[in-house]
Structure formats: structure tokens, C-alpha cells
Design a binder for this molecule. Structure first.
Ligand SMILES: [Zn+2]
Length: 111
């Protein structure tokens, strides 16, 4: 009894967990650096082949497009215009192909 308690209490503690966590963060940072360097190299290669101004403009356009798309998606989650049946006038889900009330395949949209 007494021996067991002494054995478990006298175990030395090491910082194994914290070391592992630090290594993992370093790994992901290295990966981001690799991606950044690869992107820079790609831009430089583009600059050599099609000209600096064009490649910088292209990169800026792609960046603005991604940012704009994210901004747009963030502000308007996924609520589109209302779809309604032309046969009976019922509101339909936006994914519906035909009216589930009267079976008509003709529908229209309104905001
Ligand atoms: Zn209908």
C-alpha cells in the first residue's frame, strides 16, 4: 500500500506535451512560408513571361475577386429571390423544379 503511493507520487514530470505543441505550430508556419514563396516565384515567372504590370494587375484582380466574393457571401448568406408557381401562385423552394402543389413546371422569380 505505502510503496504504491510512493511510486506514483515520486514520478518526475517532463514538458513533453508543450514541446509537441510548439513543434506543430512551427510546422504549419513553415508550410505557410512555403506557399508564400511558391506564390512569389509564380508571380516572378509570370512577370518574366508576360510583363510585370500585367502580372501585378492579374494578381491584384485575383486577390480582389477572392476578397469580393468572400465579402459578398458573408453579407448575403444564401437567400435568393423568391420562386413562385405560375400555375397556382404558391411560394416554392428555390431548388424546386416544379410545383409540388399543382405539378406545373412553370415558375417565376421575384425579389
Ligand atoms: Zn403550382
Amino acid at each position: 500500500m505505502a510503496e504504491e503511493a510512493e511510486e506514483s507520487g515520486g514520478r518526475p514530470t517532463d514538458g513533453c506535451g508543450t514541446v509537441n505543441r510548439g513543434a506543430r505550430i512551427e510546422m504549419s508556419e513553415k508550410r505557410w512560408w512555403l506557399i508564400a514563396v511558391a506564390a512569389l516565384l509564380a508571380v516572378l515567372m509570370l512577370a518574366g513571361s508576360i510583363g510585370l504590370a500585367v502580372s501585378v494587375g492579374l494578381a491584384a484582380a485575383v486577390g480582389a475577386g477572392i476578397l469580393g466574393h468572400r465579402f459578398y457571401r458573408a453579407r448575403r448568406p444564401k437567400k435568393g429571390p423568391t420562386v413562385y408557381c405560375l400555375g397556382c401562385g404558391k411560394i416554392l423552394p428555390s431548388t424546386a423544379r416544379q410545383c409540388k402543389f399543382c405539378g406545373s413546371a412553370s415558375w417565376s422569380m421575384k425579389n
